[in-house]
Write a protein that binds this ligand. Structure first.
Ligand code: NAD
Length: 436
């Protein structure tokens, strides 16, 4: 992993003197930290059902509601009742003074209705996306803006808690649908929300996978760390640090799914969170692409996930609040030069997630995709300097994400409490201009 030297320099007196804008230091979750660093402003357009849920969550977390002036750590607007263009004026009248008060690393979370109904209501629901995505590009100093699109019977506690917290430091400009929960309950210990859950993480020997194993373990999960035999030494270290077990397995092997399930069944009886993180790149322009590069990428990034999911869902190994989290990429959304094979595999993962979600809802399981943008790893450290620097800066937070940012998002989706979020794609990209 390389260090972002410009970010460090931007905080020096010389940088200030020559007018280099400071690159924000993001507020990231640390165990024991409060949900927010200050008061929250809550408003509603219409009935305010979700504002009530927001106030309950903030109250439980010991966060006070803001008065009429001063900085606020978060702005939460329940606009689920908005259906007319006049309602949008009410939204603007609330948000304009509110965003002026947003503190560094502040959070703007808007709750909106599903796009549907009559043309004006649909226009208004969609307009909220435009507002939030634009606000994400305007807010400063590490603040983020996200939209929860809610079904009328949604429980937003888990999603709202994530987007307010430091766990979502590098997640901005996202639209996430929240429905009625297919299963699960709030964690008994909010500090360790994955207590008692067993998570399998593929590609865990290094990079993002190692961060996922460590973060899920920090939050209480038992870990089975999976990687190829060649990465065995690093894999054991990751597994030991996480207090879990290592399974050396090439996930493209014909018997991989069978061996994975057998390991889990014998050692743990069941599994609660399946994290498909292993992935490779073999970049070439389409005009120069060969079958080996094509097939290798599709085999690891897509075929293996399809095969493991099929085996998992055809068995009784997935627990009652099973959560499948698939690591995709913004390349699978926006496309990327030299990556037709990689983008095919990652877009394919998104298609698989959308088709699988409704099929597993009745067994209480969810499946979601996390799409990282530019993350500081060995993979991105190998990029040429110019490409790397561009990748880091072309997002609203003006920096690359850290592996832990992806891991925190995986942890949120893997929680038993996140049963209302399924079939979604959450980008962890600092609101990258690519794939927006
Ligand atoms: P990485 O190359 O550092 O780690 C990937 C791990 O997967 C390695 O430990 C590797 O041994 C393992 N792996 C590869 N093939 C395997 C196989 N057949 N069986 C089992 N394990 C296998 O990559 P990373 O940067 O940590 O990326 C992790 C995931 O995030 C990948 O799916 C990648 O496509 C995705 N992603 C990364 C970025 C980024 O900026 N780093 C951006 C978008 C998406």
């Amino acid at each position: 992993m390389t260090t972002d030297r410009l970010a460090g320099f931007s905080h020096t007196p010389i940088a200030r003197l020559v007018g280099v804008p400071a690159i924000p230091v993001l507020r990231r979750h640390t165990p024991g930290a409060p949900l927010l660093d200050g008061p929250a402003l809550v408003g509603a357009v219409g009935a305010g059902t979700f504002a009530k849920q927001a106030r309950a969550l903030l109250g439980e977390a010991g966060i006070v509601e803001a008065g009429n002036d001063g900085k606020v750590a978060a702005v939460v607007l329940d606009a689920a009742g908005a259906s007319t263009v006049d309602d949008l004026s009410t939204v603007q009248a609330f948000l304009t003074p509110a965003v002026r008060r947003l503190a560094p690393s502040g959070r703007l979370v808007v709750i909106g209705p599903l796009v549907g109904g009559d043309p004006e209501a649909a226009a208004v629901a969609q307009a909220l996306e435009g507002i939030v995505r634009s606000a994400g590009k305007e807010v400063r100093a590490g603040a983020t803006a996200n939209l929860l699109v809610v079904e009328p019977d949604a429980n937003i506690e888990s999603a709202l808690g994530f987007f307010l917290s430091g766990r979502s430091a590098y997640v901005s400009g996202q639209v996430v649908r929240v429905g009625a929960s297919v299963s699960g309950a709030p964690p008994a210990d909010p500090e360790r929300p994955l207590t008692g859950r067993l998570a399998v993480v593929t590609g865990a020997a290094r990079g993002i996978g190692a961060a996922i194993a460590a973060t899920l373990a920090r939050d209480g999960a038992g870990i089975v760390a999976v990687d190829v035999p060649a990465a065995g030494a690093a894999l054991s270290e990751v597994a030991n640090r996480a207090g879990g077990t290592a399974l050396q397995l090439d996930i493209t092997a014909p018997d991989a799914a069978e061996r994975l399930l057998a390991h889990v069944r014998e050692r743990h009886g069941r599994l609660d969170v399946m994290v498909h993180n292993a992935g490779i790149t073999r970049d070439k322009l389409l005009a120069n692409m060969d079958a080996d590069r094509w097939n290798a990428v599709l085999a690891v990034n897509l075929r293996a996930q399809l095969a493991i999911n099929e085996a998992l869902l055809g068995s009784d190994v997935l627990g009652e609040t099973g959560r499948i989290v698939c690591v995709a990429s913004t390349s699978g959304i926006a496309g990327n030069r030299g990556q037709t094979n990689y983008a095919a595999s990652k877009a394919g993962v998104i298609g698989m997630v959308r088709a699988t979600a409704p099929r597993i809802a009745d067994r209480g399981a969810t499946i979601n995709a996390v799409a990282p943008g530019f993350i500081e790893t060995e993979m991105t450290a190998k990029m040429p300097l110019g490409t790397r620097e561009a990748g880091r800066r072309i997002n609203s937070l003006r920096q690359g994400g850290l592996p832990v940012d992806v891991a925190e998002t995986v942890g949120w989706l893997g929680s038993s409490a996140s049963g209302g979020v399924t079939g979604q794609v959450v980008r962890v990209c600092g609101q990258s201009l690519l794939g927006a």
